[in-house]
Design a protein around this ligand. Structure first.
Ligand SMILES: CC(C)(COP(=O)(O)OP(=O)(O)OC[C@H]1O[C@@H](n2cnc3c(N)ncnc32)[C@H](O)[C@@H]1OP(=O)(O)O)[C@@H](O)C(=O)NCCC(=O)NCCS
Length: 178
């Protein structure tokens, strides 16, 4: 499997994967909006392909940690999509790993996600609220475990707390209902 940065010419494939994976066009629309949103930049958009056929996509956008004691660089993972029919073959986790590797190289300290609490811990994420990272919108207690963080450097967790501020394209309450 090959994982590469999505260029403009891959946009149609990316939107198709997002639409088919989620069964509606909402995440495809979010991806298009984030890629055009200066408050989300820099975005990291990766495609996974096998035999030249695109099968998965992941997007990370820039977020900031407000009210924090010091400056840390943060990203948000959303969305992640793998085509039905190609699931449980390691594509999603490979996309997360490659994204995290590239973000680490570029100096990012923390990656946040709101997602399946049974899935993202497989990629090193842990519940963020109890570590002092407040979500952009309140997450009901029953879903608190869905708001997660992965530290890309040692000693970041525990030494900084704050509230995550997201890009304009993500600033809609419906994106924050788990
Ligand atoms: C969630 C998704 C990205 C996973 O991608 P994938 O390539 O199938 O996952 P991987 O092969 O990398 O990982 C497989 C492992 O994750 C587990 N897993 C897969 N989807 C899961 C889910 N929704 N919740 C909990 N665990 C999940 C599998 O059981 C498997 O576990 P195992 O290794 O212990 O057997 C994919 O199912 C998908 O695109 N779903 C629809 C869109 C979506 O929900 N995106 C995520 C939004 S938070």
């Amino acid at each position: 499997m090959k994982i590469f940065s999505a260029a403009d010419r891959h946009l149609a494939d990316v939107l198709r994967i997002e639409t088919l994976a989620f069964g509606n066009g909402k995440e495809a629309e979010l991806v298009e909006n984030l890629l055009q949103d200066p408050t989300a930049a820099p975005c990291l958009s990766l495609v996974a392909a096998r035999g030249g056929v695109p099968l998965g996509h992941i997007l990370f956008s820039r977020v900031t940690l407000t009210e924090a004691e010091r400056c840390v660089r943060c990203a948000l993972l959303a969305p992640l999509a793998v085509l039905p029919g190609h699931r449980n073959a390691g594509i999603g986790l490979a996309l997360i790993d490659e994204g995290v590797r590239r973000l680490t190289v570029s100096g990012v300290d923390l990656v946040f996600v709101l997602g399946h609490p049974g899935y993202y811990p497989k990629a090193g994420f842990e519940p963020a609220g109890r570590l002092g990272f407040e979500a952009p919108y309140p997450i009901p207690d029953v879903h608190a475990g869905a708001w997660m963080v992965r530290a890309l450097r040692p000693a970041v967790v525990g030494s900084v707390r704050g509230k995550v501020a997201i890009a304009r394209a993500l600033d809609r309450p419906e994106y924050w209902r788990e």
